[in-house]
Design a protein around this ligand. Structure first.
Ligand code: TEU
Ligand code: CA
Length: 549
């Protein structure tokens, strides 16, 4: 079924690092408004902004202390209303981050809950007695350490899957859900166009909160089995859908780690009335815990093809390769040393033209790369700092820790947006809250606007092509050259129209034969090399798109 959000190209904004409008070094809502023409001109239809709510910023806004106020550093509610109406005035749409697995420990709900054991909101969070003078169970949190924090006021522990300043809401409690739904309606009635639902995979916890198996005798053991996509989670989604989502023409994207293609239809199947799309994690967690390794094309083929086939005619994919929790894709999958431009554009063609709604993370469209860290002081992210402590306790050297976090750290994608060659990359007139990547004079929007062969102009061309060709939106996906070890190729087919996308995912040239996949030069409608010579050979990281019929 056709839908506006299926035809949209989406762009994710991390407000703190996008554009500072008032010279305090921190990105803000008015900064986003200033750049709407840039986004419109790029071809963006849908904008997702990461949390802009009131927050003590323990986890950069993912710890919310008031869902109905704007973080002072980002501006005011009037600024938000203006942003929303300026987005709509340009024919674009805006979705916001719904962070309801947890609140900040400064949220009034939590302040009440912690105040006494018999407070009416006590049960809005999960409180338990300790066990033998220690935590109620042995769960390790997502950001390391225990998932429990002792609170001296009432001498019990509260549950937090993320930082100790992000206590988990108790979704079993109906009053919690009602309060969340009221808040959601408040935003929807304001006119926002939907939600990206944060950490939705973790809302449901194993009911007994029992210890997890701990064969290695760790102090705290990996606990995902007890709260990642746990049995019964879909009941919460149905409840939210019945009470809120179904009553609006909106788009929803659930952040769904722990979901695999074989169950994807249950989440986004059109007749299920649950979510529009999910951000699945299979292609971004390939190499855990040995982060930083490049996946073999064969592995990517397997994952993407499974998702494409699972949802064909049934539901819709969210396509993405970057976000604020991941390292930069050109550093991760590409070759920034020898083929920066080619690998940035090749990866773009690869994921962008599959069936689904493509999301671009700020800076991805200019091929921004990972940054450099020289010491612990260079890291800002709370999860990096926790990881540092953990690795230090394991006896790892400073060098090893820096190397690990350089390859995995979330700070890589949180450096300020590189707008031009001015001081601070044009992000701010003053020293930004976080360092600018040293390569901003080479990689920035202004320079790439001028250059017809830039990464930015390649994205522009991809977006334009997708908008012109229904086949590239709704067409069926078919894997081609399945056994080629370097080339990822696929076909898109719709009512007799056909496209082929070919991507050499390696730094060596790659061949195929006309028997395997016959093509003609005249059919080539887009490529990332200015000059191409051999029809059946691709240069390193070359990508081509062919229109067959
Ligand atoms: O990330 C949560 C998230 O990625 C988990 O759902 C995932 O299972 C986990 O990271 C596995 O390693 C979201 C936000 O994107 C992130 O920025 C926040 O820090 C986090 O939630 C807490 O709100
Ligand atoms: Ca500012």
């Amino acid at each position: 079924m056709a839908n506006w959000w299926k035809e949209a190209v989406a762009y994710q904004i991390y407000p703190r690092s996008f554009k500072d409008s008032n010279g305090d070094g921190i990105g803000d809502l008015n900064g986003i408004t200033e750049k709407l023409d840039y986004l419109k001109d790029l071809g963006i239809d849908l904008i997702w902004i990461c949390p802009m709510y009131k927050s003590p910023n323990d986890d950069n806004g993912y710890d919310i202390s008031d869902y109905q106020q704007i973080m002072a550093e980002f501006g005011t509610m009037a600024d938000f209303d203006r942003l929303l109406s300026e987005v709509h005035a340009r024919g674009m749409r805006l979705i916001i981050d719904l962070v309801v697995n947890h609140t900040s420990d400064e949220h009034p709900w939590f302040l009440e809950s912690r105040s006494s054991r018999d407070n009416p909101k006590r049960d809005w969070y999960t409180w338990r007695d300790g066990k033998n003078g220690a935590e109620p169970n042995n769960w390790e949190g997502i950001f390391k350490g225990s998932t429990w924090e002792f609170d001296p006021v009432t001498e019990q522990y509260f549950l937090h899957l993320f930082t100790r300043r992000q206590p988990d809401l108790n979704w079993e409690n109906h009053d919690v859900r009602r309060a969340v739904y009221d808040m959601m309606r408040w935003w929807l009635d304001k006119g926002i166009d939907g939600f990206r639902i944060d950490a939705i995979a973790h809302l449901k916890k194993e009911p007994l909160l029992a210890d997890v198996p701990n064969p290695d005798k760790l102090r705290y053991a990996p606990s995902m089995k007890s709260h990642l996509n746990y049995d019964g989670l879909l009941d919460y989604v149905d409840d939210m859908s019945r009470n809120v989502l179904q009553h609006y023409d909106i788009v929803t994207v659930g952040e769904m780690n722990g979901l695999f293609a074989d169950h994807a239809e249950e989440w986004v199947g059109e007749h299920r009335n649950r979510l529009s799309m999910v951000f699945q994690f299979e292609h971004v967690r390939l190499w855990e815990p040995e982060a930083g390794l490049r996946p073999e094309p064969a592995v990517l083929k397997k994952i993407f093809t499974a998702w494409q086939e699972a949802l064909e005619g049934k539901g819709w994919n969210a396509l993405y390769v970057e976000n604020h929790d991941l390292t930069r894709i050109t550093s991760r999958w590409g070759d920034t040393e020898h083929h920066w431009r080619e690998s940035a554009t090749c990866i773009a063609a690869l994921y962008f033209l599959m069936q689904g709604t493509p999301f671009i993370y700020q800076g991805q469209e200019i091929g921004m790369t990972n940054t450099r860290f020289n010491s612990l002081d260079d890291f800002d992210d709370v999860s990096a700092k926790n990881m540092w402590r953990e690795m230090e306790a394991q006896g790892k050297s400073e060098e090893e820790i820096i190397a690990f976090l350089t390859n995995t750290g979330r700070d890589n994608s949180r450096t300020p947006m590189q707008w031009n060659t001015w001081p601070n990359a044009g992000f701010s007139e003053v020293k930004p809250w976080y360092h600018v990547n040293a390569n901003f004079e080479m990689i920035n929007v202004a320079s790439q606007q001028q250059d017809p062969d830039s990464v930015l102009n390649f994205y522009r061309a991809l977006i334009k092509l997708r908008k012109q060709e229904r086949t590239l939106i709704y067409g069926r996906y078919e894997l081609e050259l399945a056994d080629n070890p370097q080339i990822y190729a696929y076909r898109r087919v719709l009512d007799g129209a056909e496209f082929v996308v070919l991507c050499n995912m390696s730094s060596k040239s790659a061949r195929w034969t006309s028997d395997e996949l016959p093509l003609e030069w005249a059919q080539c409608v887009l490529g990332n090399y200015p000059q191409v010579d051999e029809l059946y050979r691709l240069h390193p990281w070359e990508a081509r798109v062919y229109k067959l019929a």
